[in-house]
Every structure is written in structure tokens, then in C-alpha cells.
Ligand binder design. Structure first.
Ligand code: SAM
Length: 273
């Protein structure tokens, strides 16, 4: 990946600070994408140095997200999706996965990073089922008050909220459990909350990556225990097979069977009765 110079030679994007790494861009680089700068590649190198299998971690998460969105649309009948901390467009975007099952599914992407808005708008220019907005998951009220959300998501009907790989970027002081509770309070009966988070299953790689996140200026990358992650689903019924290693959640023939990061990610989906 060292030949991948990403956006270094591209025109500047307003509000994007090239001197500080961004989680969205580092994640894109780790997944083999092209939306990153030198600072992001430097931080990624530190992550790879701490845990050489860091790409597998990101790939396990994307694979879980693909299966989960497919299940939500095909099996659970969901037609509206709010994707929090959606990240940069990448292979197999949520709206593309959903539309493969039903092109009428409405999707709102929300991310704090201005580069996600810039790239998302370009991608979604001629798509009236899907939009992208800037928002901070620490302020769920503001996200639900955004006119774009009101336009595409009818919260009196079942919908799904995706919190894939976002709660681990909130520190305990930022209280992701309160964020999950605020989301759950907004869910109408028959709605779903997906949560996936780095897993602290008592192995040294978890601490090594947490440290590399902090030292690299990426902020929080908090590995949480099974008991901590169960709290995301308070007030919800966990869909079978429950909160599991991400690769064990309804695996299919494209799910890695021998991922070296199998025990570093947990995921589940809860349903509001
Ligand atoms: N959800 C996608 C996935 O699972 O593939 C992307 C996950 S990426 C690891 C985390 C994303 O969360 C980044 O795009 C980052 O900009 C965004 N993010 C971090 N903190 C956030 C916050 N407080 N509010 C909204 N988005 C945030």
C-alpha cells in the first residue's frame, strides 16, 4: 500500500485539516481505499506496527456490516436506515447493499468528518433515496432534528440505526451507553439498533491498539468487554445469535473463517418490542 498516495495530489477540500489524522481517512487507508493523506498513512503505519493484522479487523467489520444490512432488509423487512459514523464511501456501501435487495430503501448517512460529506455528496448526487449529513453521535437529538432525517426516515414506522464501529471511538467519559440509550428511546416498535465495537477479550493486542490510537492522535479506540457491550442493547431484544464475535454473526460463504482478528470484534443487533 506504500504506492497509494491517496488525495495528496488532489484539490484541497474545505474544512479538511491536513495536519491531523482522521479516523475516517485512516480507516479508508487500512481498507485499501484512496481517500487519505500522508498524515493518515503515518498513523496507519503505527497501527500496523502495533498490530500487523489491523486490516483484518477493518475487513471483519465491513463483512459483518454487509451481512447485517442484508439481513435487516431481506429478513427483517427494514426499508429505512440511519447510519451513524458511516465513514467514507467504500466498496459495498450500505445503500448499495440495501438497494441490491430493494432499491426503494431510504438511507441517511451521518458522520462528523467533513470529508465524508464532501465525498458522499458527490457519490449520491443523483440518488433521491439516500443522503449524507454532518452530525455528531454524541448529540442524538440534533441528528433526529435534522430536516434530512425527517425527510427520509419516518420514525413512526420501523427503521434501523447502524452504530457500526462508532461507539469504540467514544471514551467512557463520552458515555456511548447514554448514546445507545438515546437512540433506543427514539426507536419505534419493530425497529433495530446494530452495534459493533472493538472487543476486549483479554488479549494484549487490544491494549496495543488502544495505545496506538491515542499516541497517533486518533483519539479513542476503546476495546470493550462482552459485559460492557451488552449494555448497548439495554431495553432491546437481541436478535439471534445475540452479541457474538463479528464473524460469528450469521456468517455466509463470504465470511472469513480463519481471520486472525476473530476475537477482537463483537457485534449484535437489538430489536425494540
Ligand atoms: N460505520 C462505518 C463502518 O463500520 O465501516 C465506518 C466506521 S469508521 C471506523 C468510524 C467513523 O465514525 C469515521 O468515519 C468517523 O469520522 C466517525 N466518527 C467518529 N466520531 C464521531 C462522532 N462523534 N459522531 C459522528 N461520527 C463520528
Amino acid at each position: 500500500m506504500s504506492d497509494n498516495r491517496g488525495l495528496d495530489d488532489a484539490p484541497a477540500i474545505p474544512d479538511v485539516d491536513l495536519t491531523r489524522p482522521s479516523i475516517a481517512r485512516v480507516y479508508d487507508y487500512v481498507l485499501g481505499g484512496k481517500d487519505h493523506y500522508e498524515i493518515d498513512r503515518q498513523v496507519s503505519a503505527a497501527l500496523f506496527n502495533a498490530v500487523p493484522e489491523t486490516s483484518n479487523l477493518a475487513e471483519d467489520n465491513r463483512n459483518h456490516l454487509r451481512r447485517a444490512v442484508t439481513w435487516l432488509v431481506r429478513e427483517a423487512g427494514i426499508r429505512q436506515i440511519l447510519d451513524l459514523g458511516s465513514g467514507l464511501p467504500t466498496a459495498g456501501n450500505v445503500h448499495e447493499i440495501a438497494h441490491a435487495a430493494d432499491p426503494s430503501v431510504r438511507v441517511v448517512y451521518v458522520d462528523i468528518d467533513p470529508i465524508v460529506l464532501a465525498h458522499g455528496r458527490a457519490l449520491l448526487d443523483d440518488d433521491d433515496t439516500t443522503t449524507v449529513i454532518t452530525g455528531d453521535v454524541r448529540d442524538i437529538d440534533a441528528i433526529f432534528a435534522d430536516p434530512a432525517v425527517a425527510e427520509l426516515i419516518d420514525t413512526s414506522q420501523p427503521f434501523a440505526v447502524l452504530a457500526a464501529s462508532i461507539f469504540h471511538h467514544l471514551s467512557d467519559d463520552e458515555d456511548p451507553y447514554a448514546v445507545a440509550a438515546a437512540i433506543t428511546a427514539r426507536l419505534s416498535p419493530g425497529s433495530y439498533l446494530l452495534a459493533s465495537n472493538f472487543l476486549d477479550d483479554d488479549e494484549p493486542r487490544a491494549k496495543a491498539l488502544e495505545k496506538a490510537f491515542l499516541e497517533g492522535g486518533l483519539g479513542t479506540g476503546r476495546f470493550r468487554t462482552w459485559a460492557e457491550q451488552r449494555r448497548f442493547f439495554d431495553g432491546l431484544e437481541l436478535v439471534e445469535p445475540g452479541l457474538t464475535y463479528a464473524n460469528d454473526w450469521r456468517p455466509d460463504d463470504q465470511t472469513p473463517t480463519d481471520s486472525p482478528t476473530h476475537t477482537l470484534y463483537a457485534a449484535g443487533i437489538g430489536r425494540k418490542a
